[in-house]
Design a protein around this ligand. Sequence first.
Ligand code: HEM
Length: 498
Amino acid sequence: MSNNILSTLVVGLCVLAIFYIIKRVRNRKYNEPPLVYYKYPIIGHTWEYCADVDKFLSKCRQEYGEIFSIYIYGSVITVVGKELSHEVFNSKDASFSTAFEDKVPVARILGLPLDYLNFAAEITKNVFIEQMHLFLVKTQQSLCRDIDEIIGECDEPKIIQNIRQVLFMIVSRTVTNILVGDKLSHDKDLVNIFMNFSNELYKLLRVPEYLGFIHPWLFQQSLILRFRFGGQEVKKLQKIVIEKIKPNIEERIKQERKCGDDWKPPVDCIQFLLNQPNVDKENIDYVWISGQLLAITFASMSTTVTSINNFLLDYASRPEYWNSLFEEQEKINPNNDKIMNLDQLSKMEKLDSFLKESFRLSGNVFSLIHRIIGPELKFSNGYQLQKGSHVGIYLKNVHHNDENYGPDSNEFDGCRHLGKNSPASKVSRDFLQFGMGRHACPGRNFAINEIKMVTSILIKKYKITTATKSGKRPSNFVISGVAFPNPEPLIFEKRVEI
Ligand code: HEM
């Protein structure tokens, strides 16, 4: 028995050593960026990286400069900062979506093509963005109703312990409407499925990649298994989604046949999917439709919820901005109409600047990993990355850059972006919250408008404070370079006129 264990251990260690050697061999043909020195094989920099990614990368940058490679979770990954990150985003040889699938394997979980994000981008552009004017009224109606229902009047101060969950409930109802239309958006089960699925995918970003020490494939399989057998068993969820959407889709097809050109189809993602040229209306592929709807929940819900959560933490702990943000609301919407138009939303410049500052200082240190999918990525300074390598963006270096944001770049200044023709939705080399280049987030204008709608209601309706004694902004948590909003409760109280 003990001999068996011993031999298994020896074989295991040999396999590890072989992987290690294979991974360490550097291709001499390529002028690769310097690999930061490390003492312990296999572990590499993982320990320092996990302990304090910010401190670790800042130390590496001081020593190695703009571009260097580190060895974490059994893989080498290159780090680029403010000078070279745009070259990654603009290169057709580097892909964010391919690397993202390794961390959040949506395509594999839902059985979609690996390039599903390209199609998600089409859905976003054609439905969320192009038809945004049509969603304005119902989105604001639904937000007002849900905020009244879920947060309430708050005549007495109300402590909301799980603000993320509350925001999810508010945002998911409006997004579900755009996904499946008016009728189905009232179906609570459907709203909950989309909301929970989006949240579960988001949680994958927090899973440490320890299995990557053995092989990245194992890490990915462990994530997929959560959705095959865990609480979010995807087959069951998809079955329920199909049960819900099938009668609605059959009714649409019936109406289309009956009324022909006179039929006015609903404007939503289901209809966009049905209108695709390859869709056979005699034989609808419901698994594909439900998969596409579930896939877009991650991009459209959890990112927005995280941003509103960060905004509220920043707002609640900075009372010096409350009056000016409220006055802006009064100026733009003097009659306090429940429905505002796109022009009014775009005039909320103070809110926009505050939001952009909240994005900029959200605490992300290192993320937006890309995989090299072309033959190589050659940087302007001569360094090369070969096909299959990974490169990530040192976001803190970009967003806390004194040259662009001034000597107080680490400080929160809610008016920093005012009058600079630099709205929160504008992507640039210095502001990468929405990425940049060919694949920059196609949903950013929708997201910003939705966040403005939600926060405008909250600013007008409540006094919002943190439950911390100091009143200071509770810091976000950084896991593997990505920031997660501090789960500190927030206190909502009816706003009284001063
Ligand atoms: C505040 C909220 C949001 C943030 C911070 C955010 C951020 C991002 C980032 C960083 C990327 C990668 C960009 C790149 O590769 O250069 C991205 C891609 C994407 N986002 Fe967003 N996003 C948000 C909201 C949304 C919404 C509301 C939608 C849809 C309605 C959406 C749809 C997408 C899609 C489809 C992609 C993939 C684009 C492609 O690969 O071509 N996002 N987003």
